[in-house]
Design a protein around this ligand. Structure first.
Ligand SMILES: NC(=O)c1ccc[n+]([C@@H]2O[C@H](COP(=O)([O-])OP(=O)(O)OC[C@H]3O[C@@H](n4cnc5c(N)ncnc54)[C@H](O)[C@@H]3O)[C@@H](O)[C@H]2O)c1
Length: 318
């Protein structure tokens, strides 16, 4: 599999997609992005503007999608409306973007002769489980429309591999964070929200007691996993966790951020827990190690430092 041919990043104007696009462009790939800018931003691609072909369209626009797939060898499928609470508020929008979008893409990619599709799956598929660490052989237990929609995408990928011999790899991301993650909506990732609020001297909001935990994963680790998944022959047809394998509660996360930002004077406001949220999330990353040769290179604290540095110079600090 060649990463120097033409590749398509769906949702490439989003947070994670823009990092994948940048890495691929740096490696000499011809990068195309398709994005409807529903949650992403054109400016996320500013640094690689000259190296990326941008198709402003939805995956549900068949004509534009076909155009975007022309001569593409590998697809990195990131496009989604990626939020649990937003899916609770508007499940139809989530379904259209995640289920219909993924289905249209798989159909068109198969017919366009794409060699492989790497799918951004989600740890939300696990829901709450007895086992302390979530491994891929557990039975999924989605708790929100978002989790169902992302899981449907995984199942379609696996069936495309089985039925059409079309190569797919689904990688289940666990709470990703890093530069360019948009903090500006109530649906944004928690780390971006905490950092933006602390930088502005505002009170961070915690839903529930703050003892819920996550396996926070710096975005460069997720980019590494995507590139490995595009090339590994053993990964085809598989579902693979991508995380760090380190569990952190929101209370501990906030204390760490307060220290790093010198804002120990600010305390969180606790409000009611949100429907659809998982209580604890920790990944077993054995399969990623075995099938992808994946090893997380950046741990939580180093990731937080890099993220804070970026946020300090961003529009979100003001
Ligand atoms: N951020 C996380 O913690 C996390 C965790 C697990 C899985 N994921 C998955 O990773 C992927 C990327 O997430 P992100 O955090 O970068 O979110 P993001 O919102 O920054 O990026 C998603 C991008 O998809 C685009 N998009 C949405 N619907 C589209 C459509 N119908 N057609 C074309 N483009 C469309 C948006 O405009 C946006 O640019 C998503 O598939 C998400 O489900 C993210």
């Amino acid at each position: 599999m060649s990463l120097t041919g033409t590749v398509l990043v769906t949702g490439g104007a989003g947070f994670i997609g823009s990092h994948i696009a940048a890495r691929l462009a740096a490696q000499g790939a011809r990068v195309r992005v398709i994005d409807d800018l529903s949650t992403g931003h054109r400016h996320n691609l500013d640094a690689i503007k000259g190296d990326v072909e941008f198709v402003h369209a939805s995956l549900n626009d068949e004509t534009q999608l076909k155009r975007a797939l022309d001569k593409v060898e590998i697809v990195f499928h990131q496009a989604a409306i990626p939020s649990v609470p937003r899916s609770v508020a508007n499940p139809l929008e989530t379904h259209r973007a995640c289920v219909d979008g993924t289905f249209q893409l798989l159909l068109a990619a198969r017919d366009a002769g794409v060699k492989r599709l790497v799918y951004a799956a989600s740890s939300s598929a696990y829901g709450d489980q007895e086992a302390p660490a979530k491994s891929e052989d557990l039975t999924p237990s989605p708790l929100s429309p978002y989790a169902v929609a992302k899981l449907v995408g995984e199942y379609y990928c696996q069936v495309w591999t089985r039925v059409y011999n079309f190569e797919t790899v689904a990688i289940r991301y666990f709470n990703v964070f890093g530069p360019r993650q948009d903090p500006s909506s109530q649906y944004s990732g928690v780390i971006s929200q905490f950092i933006a609020r602390l930088l502005r001297g505002e009170t961070p909001v915690i839903y529930g007691d703050g003892e819920q935990s996550r396996d926070f994963t710096f975005v460069s680790n997720v980019v590494d996993a995507n590139l490995l998944a595009a090339e590994s022959s053993r990964a085809v047809g598989q579902v693979i966790n991508v995380a760090v394998g380190q569990q952190t509660s929101l209370n501990v996360l906030l204390e760490t951020l307060k220290k790093l930002l010198g804002r120990e004077d600010i305390n969180a406001e606790h409000v009611a827990p949100r429907i659809g949220d998982v209580r604890d999330s920790l990944a077993d990353i054995t399969r990623a190690r075995e099938l992808l040769g994946y090893e997380p290179q950046v741990d939580l604290e180093e990731g937080l430092r890099q993220t804070i540095e970026w946020f300090k110079h961003s529009q979100y600090a003001k």
